[in-house]
Design a protein. Structure first.
Length: 242
């Protein structure tokens, strides 16, 4: 108790003029090791003060000082929030720009292949879709060993070796995309076609993505330079073979 009275006396306050609580811990050698005192002075002594006392001495902080510290922390947090919002906006813009740059222009290999296929397409099927699409791809600079059947451009990895990546059938088509239909018992050679930006073209200009009246399984391929995300890579089947 004498220890606590001594601390209050040093601060120039009488016990009768203060209210609060003090917790004092003594080590075995009877020395004061840690004291925490929260004292509220009377009106004659000004505003409330929080006093934290340790072996190294007493540190006194007024309520005004604590409020100022909180205001400083709040301002710092808002500044960081603005910086984060700015970085997020910039990242979103750069991603849009990057995505836009991956759309083939008319001088790109996918666009050239599609344009060449579209230019020589017939009005109806001749049964040589693999030959027409293969020539269109080679005319644009794609290098690969030709296959006798259309489905082999997917099953033998020919398109992958030429620089194409398999993407989801659910993705919106873009110029130069190639679709390969699997073979079936009724169609042993399968089918291959390329998108010219408006229509699907093989040896003839098709009315829709499927040259068949029924549903057949197929895979979609895109020049790897124009695949936006690695997550689009992999094997996807759009329809069950019936």
């Amino acid at each position: 108790m004498k220890q606590a009275l001594l601390i209050l006396s040093v601060l120039g306050m009488g016990i009768a003029q203060t209210s609060g609580a003090a917790e004092t811990t003594f080590q075995p050698n009877n020395t004061l090791s840690h004291t925490i005192t929260n004292i509220s002075t009377s009106a004659n002594y000004g505003s409330s003060r929080n006093i934290y006392s340790t072996n190294s001495g007493a540190h006194v902080y007024s309520n005004d000082e604590i409020s100022q510290a909180i205001d400083n922390l709040s301002a710092h947090a808002k500044q960081k929030e603005y910086q984060l919002a700015s970085l997020t906006s910039r990242l979103s813009y750069e991603q849009r720009q990057q995505q836009a740059s991956r759309v083939p222009d008319r001088n790109s290999a996918p666009a050239i292949a599609a344009a060449n296929a579209s230019r020589v397409a017939l009005s109806r099927s001749s049964g040589y879709c693999a030959r027409y699409v293969r020539k269109a791809l080679q005319s644009a600079g794609y290098e690969f060993t030709p296959n006798p059947s259309a489905y082999q451009y997917a099953s033998r990895g020919t398109l992958a070796q030429a620089g194409f990546t398999k993407i989801s059938n659910d993705m919106a088509p873009q110029v130069g995309d190639v679709v390969v239909y699997n073979r079936t018992s009724s169609r042993p050679h399968g089918h291959i076609q390329i998108f010219d930006g408006n229509d699907w073209v093989s040896d003839f200009r098709q009315n829709s993505i499927s040259p068949y009246s029924g549903n057949y399984s197929y895979t979609t391929w895109r020049d790897s330079q124009y695949v936006d995300d690695a997550s689009d890579r992999g094997i996807y089947l759009a329809m069950a073979d019936k």
